[in-house]
Ligand binder design. Sequence first.
Ligand code: MG
Length: 453
Amino acid sequence: MEHIFRAYDIRGIFNREISAHTAAKIGIAFGTYLDGEGKVLVGRDSRTTSRILESAFCSGLASTGVEVYTTGMVPIPVANFKTLKGDFKAGAYITASHNPPEYNGVRFRREDGTGYTKENMEIKEIFFSGKFKKANWNEIGEIYRLSSEATIREYSEYILPKFKPEKKLKVVIDPGNGTASLTAPYIFRELGFEVVTLNSQPDGTFPGRESEPKAENLRDLMELVKATGAHFGVAFDGDADRAVFVDDLGRVVQNEKIGITVAKQIIAEKGRGKVVANVECSSIVEEEIAKAGGEVVRVRVGDVFVAEAIKKHGAVFGMETSAHYFYPEFYYFDDPLVVSLKLAEILSRSGEKLSKIVDDIPSYPKLHENYPCDDRIKFKVMEKIVESFKAQGYSVDTTDGARVLFEKGWVLLRPSNTTPLIRATVEATTQEELNNLAELVRAVFKEAVREMS
Ligand code: MG
């Protein structure tokens, strides 16, 4: 049961790990955390079980005295936007993001629409302590229903005037039967783009493709971009907080390259700026952002941490390897739709092809490996690894796990929170250098384990 409470959200298989009963109890725990006061905005994704969980969650929440406003099925950035613009104390959203259709869960938001970090652990503690706030019958909260159409209109009216594309490009949009179906095609059309859609009816069984927008799930999009001669394609995940792009040649573009292209333009407009990138991002981010006169701040993995760093450093853009993009001129939470509109504007004004832009940025070979490591010694092994690299004179950044810098590459080692594994990411400027680095890291890991046993 405890494992459904994760660092950034709650997620599990419906009626096996998370039921209507659990959702009501999560609502009560959340309301207790909020002292049974204030207004909360609740949204949901297109999953078949989202409405059930929403009803149960809202009932639990209102029973603590919190006033609940539901806005139905909308993308999570739209729900975040409504939370930010209204006088809400917090927000919540029913989703399992890109997981398979049998999963569902809850994500909590702050009053500015960004996600909870350490607060998630406090809610978990309340959930398991059973010390719940119970309002008297005459002090319970009301459950109000807001129209999803009106919320989406409010969102559209906020973002539309901020884009001025010149040439009207052709774009293929693949919401993957998720919530982006309700916004992306309409907003692109409203700006005058020619839109071709794929999997653009909300359907919680995800009949078109798996909800995760990764290359192997995007073959139809790649084909359709080529077949229609579109300028680019974009695919969203179920709750529409991640987007992956396909260039005019039908190739999936490395996420960092989209981030770099948009960030460079924003830096050019502002004359300067900091860009937040998580520790997994390629070193092309530093190289390319420096060329544009910007500066990169590295943070630990997790969209909620990127948002916190953007606020702290006054950054103009944020990105993650997992295709979360942040454009803080709009708000601090991530919204891939405004980033895809910015990309469309850049292409329409410059007349350049996306394939040309991405090929002008170097591509470095990268590999991911998992080292099995007993949970009882996992964190000690990590300490040994850090000591070993430091003793060899390498610079080690411990923002999130250990990121070791080499002359022609870097290595990131992160202990898994949920499984007995240490995950390694290695990137180098050449394949040969990549093999050497991978070899070296395996040896350091083995030595650390040997010392422990
Ligand atoms: Mg998501």
